[in-house]
Ligand binder design. Structure first.
Ligand SMILES: [Zn+2]
Length: 481
């Protein structure tokens, strides 16, 4: 084997390891997202008690014991019991105070103004509003009436686990009222009458409360987060903010530390949910990373470095969650279907049919259709020079030709259309029309904020950065004494 071949093999090997590691990392996050789901969601919606065999046996034993205690104990007890002394008591007649007409009226009014008899339902993971209606024995007509009553029904179409809906019924069992939250700050009650649906909307006070936290990694990032008072969800947000620079599955070391400024949402004084990370620093293996949340002039909110560069990279290295790389980039290989030597101008990621394929970067769809050999094919043009291409899709996502897509947006699903021996994504990275190896190509750095926005960014980030330094610094001082 020549040195050149050896090098090539090494590079490929490294690339494969890198992508596998990324995959493992993503797996890791999925696991924790699921874990945090268990923590936050499952507990909220109590699962119904189901009677299994063990329960019946346990129940039977309880009944038997109760019966024995009832029969045996009194028999024994009678032998030693003394006649109880009678307890003397007297009955006294007391006049009820006269409340008067005013009080009677108040009591009456209280009754009239009292809430309907609400039956509250908590949304479980994976449920839609129509599932909930079906579960409550309500028909599609009721659901349609509810949806039709809203100018913007998005609060009903996109519901979250843990959210509550309440239903009230008339004496004949028909739906008389429904209560739900529209956004964080509005409680809506719909009343269903013969003459249509009427709506009462109440504003609820929502505020964001800012917190600071500092942690040092000992066992795991989640453990450090917990000790610093962060929820698991907030730890994930922290990991996601720095996820482009730090591989939390591989690079994390004992002694790494973080300082975070974040907020929580409170509604009418009660904690509603996690807010966002406003700014954070992470020291990983002695290297300091900073993330500052900022909404740019295009209205996009993301994390920036101290000097106004997005932390987010301009391209994802791999646009699909794959199981293995089935074919690497090469200038000549035996084509598995055609059976002769042909260049492979991309990378093949084997993945189950239906796995979402994500746009590697922001861009515009310039091709979406059948391409000989590639089957269902999509090309995304990212700027004047760079485009990416995706082949063998089983089907396309909802975007149309000419639509703009965001990085990470699903543009189609893995399949084996065209010339393919198994389901996989054929992915190409092109610069000025020339094909590059997607696994090794130097990805362009993200565009920094333009000078016009940089001044505002600096002004906005200065106090936040000062506070972060204080949090990290005071903790250091405390650790030293
Ligand atoms: Zn291919």
């Amino acid at each position: 084997m020549t040195d050149h071949q050896h090098d090539l093999k090494n590079t490929r090997h490294k690339a494969r390891r890198l992508t596998l590691r990324r995959h493992a990392q993503r797996r890791h996050f999925h696991f924790y997202s699921r874990v945090s789901n268990w923590t936050f969601l499952q507990n909220v919606s109590a699962s119904p008690i189901s009677w299994r065999a063990e329960h019946w046996i346990l129940g039977g034993v309880c009944v038997l014991l109760t019966a024995l205690v009832g029969i045996v104990i009194p028999t024994f007890a009678n032998a030693t019991r003394h006649e109880p002394a009678p307890i003397p008591y007297t009955t006294m007649a007391l006049d009820l105070p006269n409340l008067g007409d005013e009080a009677d009226a108040a009591i009456g009014a209280y009754g009239a103004a009292s809430e309907p008899d609400w039956h509250v339902v908590t949304v479980r993971a994976g449920q839609s509003l129509s599932d909930i209606f079906r579960e409550q024995g309500l028909g599609p007509n009721d659901l349609q009436r509810v949806l039709d009553s809203q100018d913007d029904a998005s609060a009903l179409r996109h519901i979250r686990p843990g959210q509550e809906f309440a239903f009230a019924r008339a004496a004949d069992g028909t739906l008389s009222a429904m209560r739900f939250e529209r956004g964080d700050a509005t409680r809506v009650v719909l009343h269903f009458g013969a003459d249509g649906v009427s709506e009462d909307a109440t504003d609820r006070a929502v505020e964001r409360r800012t917190h600071v936290a500092h942690g040092v990694v000992t066992r795991s990032l989640f453990y450090a987060g917990e000790r610093a008072g962060l929820s698991d969800g907030m730890v994930l947000k922290l990991a996601n903010a720095f996820g482009y620079d730090i591989d939390f599955a591989q690079d994390l070391r004992e002694g790494d530390s973080f300082s975070v400024i974040y907020d929580d949402l409170y509604r009418e004084g009660e904690r509603l949910r996690d807010g966002d990370i406003i700014a954070a620093t992470f020291i990983n293996q002695g290297k300091r990373y900073t993330a500052i949340r900022y909404t740019n002039a295009d209205g996009e909110t993301m994390y920036y470095t101290e000097d106004g560069r997005p932390l987010r990279k301009s391209f994802l290295r791999t646009p699909v969650e794959f199981t293995r790389i089935s074919s690497t980039f090469s200038t000549g290989r035996m084509h598995p279907v055609l059976g002769y030597m042909r260049a492979h101008k991309g990378v093949d990621y084997a993945a189950p049919t239906g796995t979402p394929i994500r746009a590697a970067g922001d861009g515009k769809i310039t091709y979406r259709g059948w391409m000989s050999g590639y089957g269902n094919f999509v090309i995304v043009q990212h700027n004047a020079h760079i485009s990416t291409a995706y082949g063998h899709m089983s089907r396309f996502a909802s975007e149309k030709l000419g639509d703009h897509v965001k990085q990470g947006e699903t543009i189609g699903y893995v399949g084996m259309t065209g010339l393919a021996t198994g389901p996989h994504l054929h992915y190409e990275f092109r610069i000025d029309g020339g094909h590059r190896d997607p696994l090794t190509v130097t990805l362009p750095p993200p565009e920094p904020l333009p000078a016009s926005q940089l001044a505002q960014f600096r002004q906005q980030s200065a106090p936040v950065l000062a506070k972060l330094k204080l949090v990290g610094g005071s903790q250091l001082a405390r650790n030293n004494d």
